[in-house]
Ligand binder design. Structure first.
Ligand SMILES: Cc1cc2nc3c(=O)[nH]c(=O)nc-3n(C[C@H](O)[C@H](O)[C@H](O)COP(=O)(O)OP(=O)(O)OC[C@H]3O[C@@H](n4cnc5c(N)ncnc54)[C@H](O)[C@@H]3O)c2cc1C
Ligand code: FES
Ligand code: FES
Length: 1325
């Protein structure tokens, strides 16, 4: 064949300017695998493996020979097949700058603007920004928004990242230039450089801001590395017919259509792959195997986009990015009426995945996948586009799509409703295409198509009967009837939410009705659309991204070298930004290292009949199957509080995701492949208890009740008060979704049974203890090290044991290092999350709304083991009142035992769920008494000297102060008026406001955990090495500890270093949890430093003009010890006695308040957060930048919990939400339009280090202010439709819940199916 002359089987591409030539490529490898495992470029991270988190983003560049320009694309390395890189240039985070040479401005700015916390997402975000800059050195704010649609961060809340990066934008530059050119009046503002637009919305001195933009290195695009000249000059790689044969897959890259057709003839079953964004997910998560892959991206007819007489021909393999660019040009070039379909496509692409996916994914692939929720198919079907196919039996190749022009009488609108607006799959999408008789409102043709309503995209044939009718309300009603008939949905249909989805079909059609009516209004005189109804058409206003941070600035008198209380950046920020920060899986491979992949239960409750490992063990590279047989039966158990879990399950499994064994193999791919070949036979056991309701029905509790708290006579209170209300709320669970999944490397040493364990753990000491116990080795031989953790949030306290213990067993058995890193789906299924709660309350209150007593029952869904669930329940019960003084209570708590993964600690363990019930209670009272909820909240707030129902007095209570300041700074009263006006003027958009307080008890409930140790080593050059027990996981504990040491030793922070937390330096450290790591470790560090300081005092006194280095040196020569331990135990008044109700429950309280304004779309349930104002009392903040970051991050996580994140379980306990594709944490698009945070000034705290306060968990509940503002908006919508103000809104306030609560003439058309008449697809656990 002709192509044989130019055939290659060698992969050639460039990475960071260096040529890679590889003769031994396996087509199954992804670019991410290659970068991390072959090139050991570990800056590029793996957060999900499914294109949903952006942690793996790299820039791929190619030369466009037609237009003679270099194209740069952001690409998900986790989905990009390595073979697809032939002839391209890849740039990773390591390729753009480093701390050893020079930082790139994108790296420098994200670090300096405090845009990194744990740093795991940072390289991906840096690369998205970098790619944007390479394409457009002066991007707009809109470009910035779009660039980050495919990136997630679980820590920062995104605001600081945007704040840092907006300094690259055109808008920013304009303001700067305006100032420089025209002096103080430059941008039209009399404040000149102090203009609020330059200062995050506030006028501030450089000292008063968290970072100073003047310190940023200017960006000079001409300094960027050049595209490899070889790829530009020669087209040899583009012309090569690539054939790469691997063990099971062969990759073909033909260069013309003839070759492609020949290949299809030869291999009829061959799979075409363009962006691999569908196939990659199928291969990884559905275990599909495609032995022959053909990549058609160099075939001109398949990728070209050209104009035809009737419209545009789009090659099937043209990417969405290319399509968008082309169609946008056409829209600008041609008259509006010709390009209405183009506009629908372009508008839809804004909500279609993230930029990384759109860069490589193709329209043809989208069509051929035929997904029922494809966003393109409804548009194409409604508009009856033509497809060009090339028949090659037995399969078909799609070669092009023809999109026609429209005319002035044709209107096309398309809509998509998802859980999260950016980068989410549709719940329902729709496209409406209507033709009218020329210049009339008489329908000449109509075609509508919907996704999300069946197993495929469907049209509504009956609506075609509307031909000949006028476009008016009667026709609309008829359309509604046809749509209901054409789009039935079984109550048990896959995807759930049947009532919502049905309502959406009509709501989306109604939106099109309004939009087309508004269009027709211009030509057809009798069509009139009420101005209030326009709100059904318009989208939410674009955001301004305003923010302000207020904090106490250190006095001028503070020594420059004293780092305490300054907003200094995270110690690892630069390394996060350059990819140099080492996470657990980045640790270099050890000699002889093996990989462990788990075999886990796929049943929720079953008997294991057999485990057959024959096929798996025979596979290449497989060494062993580790299981319970490798342990003494008595040792096969674990558990943090009670040892009620097994390391390896043997006879009965009680949840999916329980470990049955693990395949140990030479590498990850072999281990995972073999693990899938282990055959397990089960016999189903019953009952399968999944929900709290099931647990109550089956009386399935760990303890019944687990806890009871009684204060006063609640029955008497009910009897004596004028009003009593009963209610309940359900708060769903939450997945931790730390960006770094659970990981461990266990290294057995050559001598004395010693072992080193590198773990992403929050509990190094407890892990060492557990491994020692399991292996029967003394704890002094096990060293656990945790350098940094890519987000923990409580999920890496007890759950890190799940993989570390089996890995340790395997390491001992095989006497070789073992690495084990969970995939995202494994992590979600195996490790549990935040507890779902059902809370039932009965509350007594007087006419003013003062709460006089409450009887509340708490049920938490614990899953299969108790883990820390009792503590979670306890914590919930002692926070159920949130910030309100409820004098008389009866509280009962029940720990429900179910066949779900075992739930565990999660930032603020149990409190947010319980506090939500307090706010629901207040909301009910406010609806009942018809009083403003803000007034009611204020009335019930704790005040100085008040005592809780567990007998702890509020002293130094700043709650009222936070509340008042929040009301004031948010302009609550004015906003209330503005919101009311808006709601009067808008029919289908409603705004809502809420002000929510928080009172968080700081401390572990167990006194023995309130201790900490530190070890400070001073070397003869004056440098200091600091060791303590606080694991760095993004919360900034290392940075704060350096600041404490800097203040105490009176030396600059640069002289002090920390390495990792290691159990051979500081023994028996308390878990890094409960927000108290800085409190505890800070005091221990302070003590150790004080000892050193004391020892150096004589030298300082004798030589006061000397330097730190001189004093240290002198002390050394005098044989003075230059190392010291520090030990701290918290206050002795600690410890609550549950039997007597005496003793101190919490060390102190952290108070705060938030005001939030939202807008909802009452037709779809969509929402947007307009503004958030938070005031928190943190005493004297150790580092305001870190603390503001914690507040913002916690707020966004709380917002996720109460509004966005939804874990979906089937009735048999299968988790359907196993990755970012189905589980939606907040994204960049969820940043509030205005986000202001104030740290309360003039506050102090005598009970923690340097008068600071704990911050990690307390602000999380403030995220619920979004849910309560949404509730307020729904109330306005209900009022519009004459529905009662009272309604139930469980958590999270999803679009489905919001839409259905906004009852109207659409929702009323659909009735809930009778429970028991169908099997629901999912259940509320
Ligand atoms: C994170 C993420 C987000 C996503 N978001 C969205 C979204 O918002 N909306 C949406 O609709 N989809 C979404 N998708 C799905 C997917 O990206 C799209 O369907 C995309 O169009 C697939 O393009 P691809 O080239 O990468 O597909 P590939 O994986 O390369 O191919 C997909 C399929 O199409 C077949 N195929 C490709 N070309 C041809 C041809 N010419 N002839 C015959 N068969 C062909 C392939 O054989 C394969 O079966 C998302 C996917 C991911 C991973
Ligand atoms: S790891 Fe690639 S997108 Fe998450
Ligand atoms: S800093 Fe973004 S995930 Fe941790």
């Amino acid at each position: 064949m002709d192509h044989m002359k130019n055939t290659s089987s060698v992969l050639v591409f460039f990475v960071n300017g260096k040529k890679v030539v590889d003769h031994q490529i396996d087509p199954e490898w992804t670019l991410l695998f290659y970068l991390r495992n072959k090139l050991r470029l570990c800056g590029t991270k793996s957060g999900c493996g499914e294109g949903g988190c952006g942690a793996c983003t790299v820039m791929v560049s190619k030369y466009d020979r037609t237009n003679q320009k270099i194209i740069h694309l952001p690409v998900n390395a986790c989905l990009a097949p390595i073979c697809s890189m032939h002839g391209l240039a890849v740039t990773t985070v390591e390729g753009i700058g480093s701390t050893r040479t020079k930082l790139h401005p994108v790296q420098e700015r994200i670090a300096k603007s405090h845009g990194t916390q744990c740093g795991f997402c940072t390289p991906g975000i840096v690369m998205s920004m970098y790619t944007l800059l390479r394409n457009s050195p002066k991007p707009t704010m809109k470009d910035l928004e779009v660039a980050f649609q495919g990136n997630l961060c679980r820590c920062t809340g995104y605001r600081p990242i945007m704040e840092g990066y907006k300094t690259f934008t055109e808008e920013w530059e304009l303001i700067q230039n305006g100032n420089r050119l025209n002096g103080e009046q430059g941008n039209g503002c009399a404040m000149g450089d102090k203009c609020c637009k330059l200062q995050n919305g506030t006028t501030k001195d450089p000292e008063e801001v968290l970072f100073n933009r003047n310190e940023f290195t200017p960006y000079d695009s001409s300094q960027e590395p050049i595209f490899p000249p070889e790829l530009k000059i020669s087209d040899q790689y583009d012309k090569q017919y690539l054939v790469i044969k691997g063990k099971t897959v062969t990759w073909f890259r033909p260069v013309n259509l003839e070759q492609l057709l020949q290949l299809k003839k030869q291999f009829p079953g061959a799979k075409l792959v363009v962006g691999n964004t569908e196939v990659g997910v199928e291969v990884k998560f559905k275990q599909m195997v495609y032995p022959v892959i053909i990549q058609p991206v160099l075939i001109p007819e398949m990728v070209a986009i050209t104009n035809t007489e009737k419209g545009v021909r789009i090659g099937a393999s043209a990417t969405f990015t290319d399509i968008e660019t082309y169609l946008k040009n056409e829209i600008n070039r041609l008259p509006e009426e010709k390009t209405r379909i183009f506009k629908s496509i372009v508008d839809m692409l804004n909500w279609f995945s993230g930029k990384q996916i759109r860069s490589v994914g193709a329209l043809g692939s989208n069509i051929m996948t035929g997904s029922p929720i494809s966003d393109m198919l409804p548009i194409l079907m409604a508009n009856e586009v033509t497809l060009e196919t090339t028949i090659v039996k037995p399969e078909e190749i799609l070669s092009a799509i023809y999109i026609p022009y429209t005319n002035s009488d044709r209107y096309c609108y398309a809509y998509k409703q998802a859980k999260r607006r950016e980068d989410d799959i549709a719940i329902v999408n729709a496209a409406v295409n209507v033709n009218f008789e020329p210049k009339t409102d008489i329908i000449s043709d109509i075609n509508v198509a919907f996704g999300g309503m069946s197993y495929k995209t469907v049209t509504s044939p009956k609506t075609r009967q509307l031909k000949g009718l006028p476009w008016n309300r009667q026709t609309l009603e008829l359309a509604f009837i046809h749509l209901q008939e054409d789009l039935p949905l079984d109550p048990g249909a896959p995807g759930g939410m049947y009532l919502y989805r049905k309502s959406l079909t009509l709501s989306l059609f109604f939106k099109a009705f309004l939009a087309i009516s508004a269009d027709l209004e211009k030509y057809v005189p009798h069509i009139k659309i009420d101005k209030r109804e326009l709100s059904g058409i318009t989208s939410f206003e674009s955001k301004e991204y305003k923010s302000a941070q207020y904090f106490t600035v250190v006095p001028n008198t503070q020594e420059k070298s004293d780092a305490l209380q300054r907003p200094i950046i995270h110690k690892s920020a630069y390394k996060h930004a350059t990819g140099e920060a080492i996470f657990c899986d980045d640790i270099p491979f050890f000699e002889n290292e093996l990989y462990l992949a788990f075999v886990t239960s796929t049943k929720s409750h079953a008997k294991i009949l057999s485990v057959d490992t024959t096929e798996a063990l025979a596979m290449q590279g497989v060494h062993y199957f580790v299981s319970a047989k490798d342990l003494d039966p008595g040792k096969n158990c674990m558990g943090y509080v009670e040892r009620d879990e097994k390391i390896f399950y043997t006879d009965i499994v009680t949840s999916q995701g329980q470990i049955i064994g693990g395949i140990v193999a030479s590498d990850e791919i072999s281990a995972r492949k073999a693990a899938r070949k282990v055959r397990i036979e089960y016999e189903d056991l019953y009952p399968v208890i999944v929900t709290i309701a099931d647990a109550i029905k089956h009386n399935s509790f760990f303890k019944n009740p687990d806890k009871v708290i009684v204060k006063g006579d609640v029955e008497k209170a009910f009897h004596e008060t004028p009003h009593v209300l009963e209610g309940e709320c359900h708060i769903s669970g939450q997945e931790h979704f730390y960006l770094e999944t659970q990981s461990v490397v266990v290294v057995p040493k050559k001598e004395d049974q010693e072992m080193e364990i590198y773990s992403a753990t929050q509990c190094p000491s407890q892990l060492a203890e557990a491994v020692a116990q399991l292996l029967g080795i003394q704890q002094n031989k096990i060293v656990v090290k945790a350098k940094r953790v890519g987000g923990g949030f409580g999920g890496k306290e007890t759950k890190c044991f799940l993989l570390a213990l089996p890995a340790a067993v395997a390491a001992v058995k095989l006497n070789r290092p073992i690495r084990c890193v969970l995939d995202r789906d494994e992590d979600i299924v195996m490790t549990g999350g935040r507890h779902p709660f059902l809370i039932k309350y009965k509350v007594a209150f007087n006419n003013e709304g003062k709460i006089l007593g409450a009887h509340t029952k708490f049920y938490n869904n614990c899953g299969y083991s108790i883990d820390v669930s009792s503590l979670v329940l306890e914590h919930a019960m002692t926070h159920f009142q949130n910030s309100y003084n409820i004098p008389v209570v009866r509280l009962e708590g029940y720990t429900c035992k179910t066949n779900l993964p075992s739930n565990t600690a999660f930032r603020a363990t149990g409190c947010p769920q319980a506090m939500f019930s307090a706010e629901s209670m207040l909301q009910d009272i406010s609806d009942y008494l018809n009083k403003d909820p803000v007034t009611l909240r204020e009335l019930n707030l704790y005040r100085e000297g008040d005592t809780t129902f567990y007998n702890q007095k509020h002293t130094n209570c700043t709650l009222q102060k936070c509340w008042n300041e929040c009301l004031h700074s948010s302009r609550y009263l004015e906003k209330r008026k503005e919101v009311d006006t808006f709601n009067r003027e808008n029919r289908y958009k409603k705004r809502g406001l809420s002000v929510i307080p928080t009172t968080y008890g700081v401390g572990f409930p167990l006194p023995h955990l309130h201790q900490a140790g530190a070890l400070v080593l001073v070397y003869t050059d004056g440098s200091v090495l600091l060791n303590h027990g606080g694991v760095e996981m993004g919360q900034g504990v290392q940075t704060k500890m350096l600041q404490v040491a800097s203040r105490c030793l009176e030396i600059p922070i640069e002289k002090i270093h920390t390495v990792d937390v290691s159990t051979d330096k500081v023994p028996n450290s308390t878990a890094t949890a409960a927000s108290v790591s800085s409190d505890l470790n800070g005091m221990a560090v302070l003590q150790a430093c004080n000892t050193i300081k004391e020892r150096l005092k004589p030298y300082k006194e004798t030589n006061p003009e000397g330097t730190w280095e001189e004093w240290v040196k002198k002390a050394y020569f005098d044989r003075v010890s230059l190392s010291s331990t520090g030990y701290y135990k918290d206050w002795d008044d600690f410890g609550y006695n549950w039997d007597t109700g005496e003793g101190r429950m919490y060390n102190y309280y952290t108070y705060g308040a938030a005001c939030c304004e939202v807008e909802i779309d009452t037709l779809t349930g969509d929402h947007q957060v307009h503004s958030v104002d938070i005031v928190m009392d943190l005493g004297e903040s150790l580092n305001p930048a870190i603390d503001v970051g914690q507040i913002e991050g916690a707020f966004m996580q709380g917002y996720g919990l109460f509004v966005l994140e939804e874990l979906i379980y089937s009735p048999d306990g299968t988790n359907y939400s196993r990755g970012p594709g189905t589980y939606k944490i907040p994204g960049f698009g969820n940043i509030p339009g205005e986000f202001n945070v104030s740290l309360l000034k003039g506050s102090s705290n005598s009970r923690a280090v340097y008068s600071s306060k704990a911050i990690g968990e307390p602000p999380l509940f403030l995220g619920s202010s979004v849910a309560f503002a949404i509730r307020d908006a729904i109330k306005a919508a209900r009022k519009e439709n004459d529905h009662s103000p009272g309604f139930k809104l469980d958590s999270p306030a999803t679009p489905a819940r919001i839409r259905l609560a906004c009852q109207d003439n659409i929702t009323s058309k659909f009735q809930e199916a009778e429970p028991g008449t169908f099997t629901p697809w999912n259940v509320l656990v």
